[in-house]
Design a protein around this ligand. Structure first.
Ligand SMILES: Nc1nc2c(ncn2[C@@H]2O[C@H](COP(=O)(O)OP(=O)(O)OP(=O)(O)O)[C@@H](O)[C@H]2O)c(=O)[nH]1
Ligand SMILES: [Zn+2]
Length: 507
């Protein structure tokens, strides 16, 4: 069986998305921090404490009350604005440009004389990152919730002093605290393809972040007569005649409804409730706007499906009379949040031209943020293992969780027809599951041969300081760093391509 997707991978940077558990990120970078914290807080029983230990401790506590950005661990989510000094605020990093971060204030100091009300919420601040954070290599990402200090409210400048614990993190584009993924496809130009859609959905599912599926360009469906073959087309016309519709005017409408309802029922059987929309005809945009409200959403989907167009439409249009629209107060002359560049779809292959570049969180009218991602033809699925694949298909996930006590006979069942397997083959995407499973198996076998271990097992967990779980690379003696990861991934892809062309040859 050919593996059509893989040849495309060669030319594109894959999108890795990952979802992280609290405390698991940044551990490598924070050994300095954690050690210093440990020495302050854990009594050293084997040695007599220095006489000024208590004083030192008290001073630290005082300091951290006044300004909680001293050398302390990542802030926990329950720190509140009440602990802020007058020149501090809490905000969200919305964009990063060279050495500057654009922070949008979400909570100002509560007892400030200058800022008596909460009117600073929504203010854009141009910030640099405090030198010590750079020294200890604490990366500040777009999406991070941060404490900004030394704020000049007139010039809108500040210094990022500390970062809050992240609830999630995706890798490409690097965005923290994403709470929603919008998988966007178009019905036409480029035409919706169930395998490509499945790859994007699996990649999105593997992050654990909630997903909304939206299908754009619905108005193009009635123009694309090639959608059905001749026989089906004839049937539709006959149905139209039988139903006494005015074929001239209503044929397109009927045709569109049939296509949409066909996709609707298919996608529902996959476990999704698709939203149909059109940036051009503005259909479905209000529904989308209300789904996105007050969340940080990252849009992903292939190139040319209309991600940038949708962002522009959502940001410029619905509810523009709402007061909530004015919550974002940019610095005069700021341009980073302005319209996203919309690409042209290549007339030759119906694909977009990869116009999206930097990642920014664009403030939405009704509250919340939306981030664009560059459109890739295929996500790599390099984070998905053959054991985890089934749980990223809602169809099998449901069966597996409903039958939790029963389970499959074998612990490591891959659900490909083993005796005693509770996953049956009566679902549309079962063949796609097989196809992806084959691809992942080949990749894992290759990794096993090359690394001597599977990629997932390259990481081991140990209980670190303060009970924090730490990730550590498990390196095979003398085996590590033989080849760069990039080269190994490239050779996996090369091998897969060879395999698929061999199979073509056998046919
Ligand atoms: N007919 C039609 N065209 C649309 C619609 N939405 C977007 N387009 C067009 O589709 C093309 C691609 O749109 P973009 O917004 O650049 O697509 P994208 O997904 O951001 O593409 P990348 O940036 O390459 O990932 C542009 O020519 C848009 O005008 C729609 O609802 N209907
Ligand atoms: Zn099974």
């Amino acid at each position: 069986m050919p593996i059509p997707s893989l040849s495309l991978l060669r030319h594109r940077t894959p999108t890795f998305l990952r979802h992280i558990t609290p405390f698991s990120h940044h551990q490598n970078h924070h050994s300095l921090l954690i050690t210093s914290f440990k020495h302050q807080n854990q009594p050293n029983l084997s040695r007599k404490p220095p006489p000024n230990n208590n004083l030192l401790k008290a001073k630290q506590i005082l300091n951290s009350k006044k300004d909680f950005s001293t050398l302390s661990p990542i802030l926990s989510p329950n720190h509140t604005a009440a602990e802020l000094s007058d020149s501090q605020a809490i905000g969200t990093v919305a964009a990063s440009q060279a050495n500057f971060m654009r922070v949008i204030v979400t909570a100002g100091p509560s007892r400030s004389r200058e800022i008596e009300d909460s009117s600073k919420n929504g203010s854009e601040l141009l910030c640099v990152v405090r030198a010590v954070l750079k020294k200890i290599k604490r990366r500040v990402l777009v999406g991070d919730k941060v404490v900004v200090g030394s704020i000049d409210w007139v010039d809108r400048r500040g210094i990022i002093e500390n970062v809050f614990q992240r609830s999630s993190e995706i890798l490409d584009p690097p965005v923290a605290n994403v709470d929603h993924l919008l998988v966007l496809f178009s019905l036409e130009q480029p035409r919706l393809d169930s395998f490509v859609l499945t790859r994007f959905l699996i990649e999105a599912e593997s992050t654990g972040i909630p997903i909304t599926l939206a299908l754009n360009k619905v108005e193009l469906v009635d123009q694309e007569v090639g959608y059905f073959d001749g026989a089906v087309l004839l049937m539709i016309i006959m149905v139209g005649v039988i139903a006494f519709v005015d074929v001239e005017s209503d044929f397109c409408d009927l045709f569109m409804k049939m296509v949409l309802s066909d996709w609707n029922s298919r996608l529902r059987s996959w476990g999704y409730e698709p939203l149909f929309c059109s940036v051009d005809s503005k259909m479905g945009l209000h529904t989308l706007a209300s789904v996105l409200r007050d969340q940080t959403t990252v849009i992903l989907g292939p190139s040319g499906v209309g991600k940038s167009s949708l962002i522009n439409a959502l940001r410029n249009k619905p509810n523009s009379h709402d007061e909530a629209d004015n919550w974002f107060d940019p610095i005069m002359g700021s341009k980073w949040f302005e319209d996203q560049r919309v690409g042209e779809v290549s007339t030759r292959n119906g694909r977009g031209k990869h116009t999206t570049r930097n990642v920014s969180l664009l403030p939405l009218g009704g509250g919340g943020y939306l981030a664009d991602t560059p459109g890739f033809s295929q996500p790599s699925l390099l984070k998905v293992t053959k054991q985890s694949l089934a749980q990223y298909f809602p169809e099998t996930r449901t069966v597996l969780s409903v039958n939790e006590p029963a389970k499959c006979t074998f612990k490591d069942c891959l659900h490909v027809g083993e005796p005693g397997c509770i996953v049956k083959g009566d679902w549309e995407r079962y063949p796609l599951y097989f196809q992806l499973l084959d691809e992942i198996k080949i990749r894992e076998e290759f990794q096993l041969r090359t690394f001597g271990t599977k990629r997932e097992d390259n990481v081991r967990y140990k209980a670190g300081d303060m009970g924090v779980q730490q990730e550590e690379p498990r390196l095979e003696p003398k085996k590590h760093r033989r080849q760069s990861r990039k080269r190994i991934n490239q050779s996996i892809l090369d091998e897969l391509n060879e395999l698929s062309s061999d199979e073509d040859f056998i046919r």
